[in-house]
Ligand binder design. Structure first.
Ligand code: RP5
Length: 184
């Protein structure tokens, strides 16, 4: 359970996080963000808008997000990925960008397009692809934990489980050796 304030938002239908992507072909990556937010019980909405194919829709969405109760926007796009940047230009909400590996340059194009914002209009850029999609959800949870203390315990638990996973793998490797590690 998060704070009362968040409970009120949930009751009123407000979503704390918006996940927006340039195309439905980005969904495989951006669903990783959604899964993390579900795990942390953070209410979110998901939609599609393109900086190039539907610029008016993108600007309208970015301009209205804050009024709708959204607190963080996560934008994923591939190729010449201007989605996160255009959104950041039209809102004072923090924008997290996820470069998608959808083009022939395997996401390096999207990484540069997303990360190289001019001074004054930042986009917090994650890694390329599904790992970045996952990190976007965790990073959003970390930012929200500054306002919603109940998220802190969930993040601590998440970090503990990460460490436990490494311990288990290390124990297994030490016990079985590298040749039997995957066979056992
Ligand atoms: C970008 O172009 C989208 O974000 C997507 O990653 C890429 C290709 O889009 P589709 O042609 O698959 O719709 O704008």
């Amino acid at each position: 359970m998060l704070l009362n304030e968040e409970e009120c938002k949930i009751k009123s239908g407000s979503k704390l996080v918006s996940i927006i992507m340039g195309s439905d072909s980005d969904l495989d990556v951006m669903k990783e963000t959604a899964k993390v937010l579900e795990d942390f019980e953070i209410p979110f909405e998901m939609t599609i808008s393109s900086a190039h194919r539907s610029p008016s829709r993108t600007i309208e969405y970015a301009s209205n997000a804050s009024q709708q109760g959204v607190e963080i926007i996560i934008a994923g796009a591939g190729r010449a990925a201007h989605l996160a940047g255009v959104i950041a230009a039209h809102t004072i909400l923090p924008v997290i960008g996820v470069p998608i590996d959808s083009g022939p340059l395997n996401g390096v194009d999207a990484l540069y397009s997303t990360v190289q914002m001019p001074p004054g209009v930042p986009v917090a850029t994650m890694a390329i692809g599904s790992g970045g999609g996952r990190n976007a959800g965790i990073f959003a949870a970390q930012m929200l934990a500054l306002k919603y203390p109940a998220l802190k315990a969930k993040l601590e638990d998440y970090k503990s489980k990460l460490a436990e996973g490494v311990e288990q793998k290390a124990t297994r490797l030490e016990e079985f050796g590298y040749e039997k590690y995957n066979a056992e």
